[in-house]
Design a protein around this ligand. Sequence first.
Ligand code: TXA
Ligand code: MG
Length: 321
Amino acid sequence: MITNIVTATPEAIARAGQLIGEGRLVAFPTETVYGLGGDATSDSAVAAIFAAKGRPSFNPLIVHLPDIHAAESLVLVDERARQVADHFWPGPLTLVLPRRAESPVSLLVTAGLDSVAVRAPDHPLAQSLLKAAGRPIAAPSANRSGAVSPTTAEHVAESLGERVDMILDGGPCRVGLESTVLDLTGATPAILRPGGISRERIEALLGPVTVSGEAADAPKSPGQLLSHYAPRAAVRLNAPEAGPGEALLGFGEAPQATLNLSPGGDLTEAAANLFAMLRALDRPEFTGIAVMPIPERGLGEAINDRLRRAAAPRPTSGATP
Ligand code: TXA
Ligand code: MG
């Protein structure tokens, strides 16, 4: 397969920064998943991201920054936001904060909301790219809308191919699940999407937070469409064993599993393997993918969120959400 995957040499990173400056698109690794990056201050670059993903434009994007100082010109950073960033940045936590009136971020990024989602990624290549580009980078996960998120450069190439100008290869992503999206615009912090930082860790710092349900919260968290992260194959949850023709995705001791997220029952390992294993089992020889139960604690909350969406009824129109 001909691809635009590039080894991340200093020259390649400099070129990637230049491409971003020209309004082109670069896929790059973060600690969570690969992002499809473009200049967050350019309407045409942001429009190109939506087009490449086939994403409904009401679904806002995360703006990537080197650190909390860089966030100050884009959003209102209060004491609570500073405390959270001190604790978890760089890292897999996105903060939704009030947009500054004079914020240079393209209005398309936020899909008309008066807040902006910002995050500082904990990956040396992402940080080098941000430095080379010298501007905030808007980046959704680098996959076609509704499909499984990419955790390797090859996944990006399979999903987006020539729609992206360059794919920086940083090997497999360490966390493997997207960032936790935490809304700090209200009095009580609200998790809009569970992810790489568990609710327990956030509550240890901030006290109780609310966790939004599913598609019903659409106006507040438009990204949380019910069918999402979906492989082509049907997905069946909480399965003790595979049915006829099904692949079995195991967790914990399961010699009968086709693949195992973590034979030792470790949720961090399971998170890192989730998307790659869903892809690996998404093959015509299986009638579907049966997934063994995953405990609903720590990263299990985010893993189960993604699995429920992968298993949700698909849109019937043929178009993915
Ligand atoms: O780990 C990640 O977060 C990855 C990497 C590339 O950083 N990015 C990612 O982006 O997952 P995306 O676009 O696939 O998901 C962004 C999520 C969506 O659920 C979206 O609705 C939510 O963040 N979001 C973005 N801006 C928002 C805002 N202003 N208010 C509420 N939710 C927002
Ligand atoms: Mg995504």
